[in-house]
Design a protein around this ligand. Structure first.
Ligand SMILES: NC(=O)c1ccc[n+]([C@@H]2O[C@H](COP(=O)([O-])OP(=O)(O)OC[C@H]3O[C@@H](n4cnc5c(N)ncnc54)[C@H](O)[C@@H]3O)[C@@H](O)[C@H]2O)c1
Length: 233
């Protein structure tokens, strides 16, 4: 079954900047009815709303300050989505950080945050509020969720975890009872602050040295890099 974007409602965690904001804009270009940007950063949120209103007009997006590591905070974004748009069809679990130096926070956002989103979306909000036959959850993993990268071992672990849970939740056992598809997406290196501000976000000098030697060799998302530079998202 082809999933029609026109008229659907999406919630994007970490949607106020970087790749998440790009997903929001591309979905709106494809006819999305409305999108919730659920992000921890208020300044990014306000700027993103202005950009969206300028390009797509009023009432297409709301920003809800959200910390995905806190289930109640994340659930508030779902509630606000229903209040604003009455439906929820698409959840993109995109919020993520790359910082092995603060690995507890990295694990909390990249793994627990995605688990919170899947449990809220799959077990409650999307089956209840989807506007057509099926809904979709897209979990953002990474190329580091397919191939291990020695320079960022804990980030790699978090992205493998996202792949594993996406395959398990994506099984038809869950689709048959919820009518929600669960997928994972694995972007290559993309020119966002997650990458451009990577210096010093590692486990110490030996890892930093490896990072400097190897970062440019990682497979990149060339098209995205070019379009990010053009629009300075
Ligand atoms: N940039 C890349 O090269 C790349 C490659 C593969 C995968 N990814 C993944 O794509 C996703 C988006 O990355 P990006 O490059 O756009 O990063 P980014 O740093 O540009 O944006 C991340 C967004 O998440 C938000 N965020 C951080 N912590 C949060 C929290 N606790 N709750 C809610 N929001 C929070 C930030 O405020 C920010 O708006 C991440 O999951 C990342 O791991 C990125």
């Amino acid at each position: 079954m082809v999933f029609e974007i026109t008229g659907k409602v999406a919630l994007i965690s970490g949607g106020a900047s970087g790749i998440g904001l790009r997903y929001a804009k591309e979905l709106l270009r494809s006819g999305l009815k409305g999108v919730t940007l659920a992000d921890v950063n208020n300044a990014f949120g306000q700027k993103a709303l202005q950009e969206i209103e300028k390009e797509f007009g009023p009432k297409k997006a709301i920003y809800v300050q959200t910390d995905v590591t806190d289930m109640k905070s994340f659930e508030n974004a779902f509630k606000k989505t229903i209040e604003a748009f009455q439906n929820l069809d698409i959840l993109i679990n995109n919020a993520g950080i790359l910082n092995d130096a603060t690995w507890e926070k990295e694990v909390a956002i990249n793994i627990n945050g995605v688990i919170h989103g899947v449990l809220l979306g799959l077990e409650n909000y999307i089956p209840k509020y989807k506007s057509s036959a099926e809904g979709v959850i897209v979990n953002i993993s990474s190329i580091a969720g397919i191939k291990e990268f020695s320079i960022i071992p804990i980030y790699t672990a978090t992205k493998f975890a996202v792949m594993g849970m996406s395959k398990a939740f994506g099984d038809e056992d869950h689709y048959n009872r919820t009518k929600v598809k669960v997928l994972a997406l694995c972007p290559g290196v993309t020119d966002t602050p997650l990458i451009t501000e990577i210096d010093g976000k590692n486990l110490g000098p030996p890892y930093q040295k490896l990072l400097e030697e190897n970062l440019s060799k990682l497979p990149s998302q060339q098209n995205c890099v070019r379009s990010f530079r053009r629009s300075s998202v």
